[in-house]
Design a protein around this ligand. Structure first.
Ligand code: MG
Ligand code: MG
Length: 275
């Protein structure tokens, strides 16, 4: 069952998404080599609760954190831990909030200090692929059009591995609603998108092959070949002509610009048509 949102509901989801990005922006101001995921998680939870919201991930199927923190070869769903971040790490941080009956969801991968050109390209390509997907999230197109763009860009052009086991999703009164939004697919296939459909688009891209496995902690997903993996996510509303991006990575990027320990991850806007 796909729920199309009213304009009022879309604004409530936007408020939740903006709190997510405010939280990720706070994380962006604090993250650096020497910090732990547990410390960031504690601050994120406090900030979310200070706004009268609830961290959406905490307690979700028993997940212990308010953030998912996935380091290097960890793809998604990493549990905040006492592991100390080090120079050269890439750290994917996924955040969700629940406020005024609606969920928000967004994720960003941070580059700590000196990162090889090879890994920076993985980050910039994954970040750019998110917007490639968003360009296709318009009224009258199909879900497969989004996955096609992401897969074509990351897999065909850049030879990266596009994770198949985890996908984007509808979002609203539930954290995960229909439809599923895979990062692979065929043009013109899958559910038809209409104005008012709110979905989270979230490419998970490996430097090596697409294959992943889950660790014994029951949560953390890692690349099978142990190569680094990147994850960027926006919640968007499908509209005629152009999607409305409800989350706002500019808040995060403004803090990265002020944090000497974190490198800017560029979106290759020259490779986008109209975002
Ligand atoms: Mg997320
Ligand atoms: Mg999501």
């Amino acid at each position: 069952m796909i729920y199309y949102k009213t304009d009022e509901e879309v604004e409530l989801i936007r408020q939740s998404c903006l709190l997510v990005c405010k939280t990720l922006a706070h994380v962006a101001s604090k993250i650096k080599p020497g910090v732990t995921g547990l410390a960031l998680d504690k601050e994120a939870e406090a900030l979310i609760r200070d706004h009268g919201a609830e961290p959406a991930f905490k307690g979700y199927r028993g997940f212990p954190g308010s953030l998912c923190i996935s380091i290097n070869e960890q793809v998604v769903h990493g549990i905040p831990s006492s592991i100390v971040f080090k120079e050269g790490d890439i750290v994917s941080i996924d955040c969700g909030t629940y406020i005024n009956d609606f969920y928000g969801d967004s994720a960003y991968t941070f580059a700590l200090g000196e990162i090889s050109d090879e890994i920076m390209n993985l980050l910039e390509t994954t970040n750019t692929s998110l917007y490639k997907g968003i360009e296709s999230a318009v009224h009258g197109k199909r879900i497969g059009d989004i996955g096609f763009e992401i897969q074509n860009y990351c897999e065909k052009q850049h030879k990266y591995g596009v994770v198949r086991e985890l996908v984007g999703h509808g979002i609203g009164r539930s954290l995960h609603e229909a439809p599923e939004v895979p990062n692979y697919g065929k043009r013109g296939r899958g559910p038809l998108m209409k104005s008012g459909l709110v979905i989270a688009i979230e490419p998970m891209i490996n430097l090596g092959t697409k294959d992943v496995k889950q660790l014994n902690d029951g949560w953390t997903v890692v690349s099978k070949d142990a190569t680094p993996s990147a994850h960027y996510e926006h919640t968007i509303c499908v509209r005629k002509g152009k999607a409305d991006i409800l989350s706002d990575h500019a808040l995060i990027e403004a803090e990265i610009a002020k944090n000497a320990n974190v490198r800017e991850v560029r979106v290759k806007t020259e490779e986008l048509a109209n975002v």
